[in-house]
Design a protein around this ligand. Sequence first.
Ligand SMILES: Cc1ncc(COP(=O)(O)O)c(C=O)c1O
Length: 400
Amino acid sequence: MSKLSQRVANIAPSMTLAMSARAAELKAAGENVISFGVGEPDFNTPAHIIQAAKDALDKGYTKYVAASGLPALKKAVCKKFKDDNNLEYQPSQIVISNGAKHSIFNAVFATIDPGDEVIIPSPYWLTYPEVVKCCGGVPVYVTTTRESGFKMSAEQFEAAITPKTKMLIFNTPGNPTGAVYSEEEIRAIAAVCEKHDILVLADEIYEKLIYGGEKHFSIASVSPKMMDLTITVNGVSKSYAMTGWRLGYLGASPEIAKAIGSFQSHATSNVNTMTQYATLAALEGPIKPMEEMVKAFAARRNKMMEILDGLKDIGLDYVKPEGAFYVMLLCDKFYGKSYEGKVIRGSMDLTEMLLDHAKVALTPGICFGDDECIRLSYALSMEDMVEGLNRIADFLRKVK
Ligand SMILES: Cc1ncc(COP(=O)(O)O)c(C=O)c1O
């Protein structure tokens, strides 16, 4: 008899972590590796947020608090949802968890039964299918194309619905594509959800990181019915450079929020109390430091696109990213070619060769369901980014 439950037996280990481990090994051996693999802002948490955590400790806020979150923080989250997203949640509809990843797990665990189908536009953030499988659900992928900017149309979505479909996982701005859906596109997708009564897990963690003309629009704001069908997930990791603090939150219908709160009260209890006070300061404090961060990302994105535009002649192309801090490089033109006798068969081979021969770490698209691409994060200094892109170009010029 297997020692493992069926729930966990099929979960894939994180391929991105395997790549980062190899890059770390090379760095430890003294190699000058430039990493485009990172999924977190390279900025420090703003000083006033750190100070709020220190103050919380000094005031003795070191004890358990309510399992689903500090009442004051839930109120601040409601205000944030109202001001930024036009969503009117009550504090009882909010659950504070250990990062958006934890909120996503809770949302799927609370709603998906074995055999339920969950639609995931592909390329996707690699955690989604694993969480769905962990809960006994069946991921159903809708493949998007480079021509559509990696966005799923309402028609594609509707065509994937079966009597078993229970949920859509909808991530805008998107990781790994940087795609940002317009309000019109979102309304069309919402109409399909309303027609077929499909729940939506809306992952809006990158909402503040948008650079083009588009404005972030929350799918739950479409109508009272969408408000009821949607679980809106957000957090402070990306927008306030707080990845290590571990705080995410969700807003959901009273029924779903209550179930998640009860489950969390047995699974983890409250999020670290000090982190909750720091998050309160983040949500209520000045936004200037964050605006500076977004400006810096915007400048890097422009520079990166300028360099990549100059590399089209060697066969490297990309899909223009509108948000988050990732871009998908289209690399399939290099497949079948070789370097020093080794044939490049896909995104895993190419990333391994780039790491070994050009000393740049990237994430193979196969991790996100698209083997034709490699994901590059521009959450690194401008100087490193320019040097790293030069190294990539030099290597690709040698591939025959
Ligand atoms: C699309 C997406 N959602 C959620 C998360 C998780 O964020 P957190 O650090 O809040 O758990 C990430 C982190 O990489 C992400 O890329």
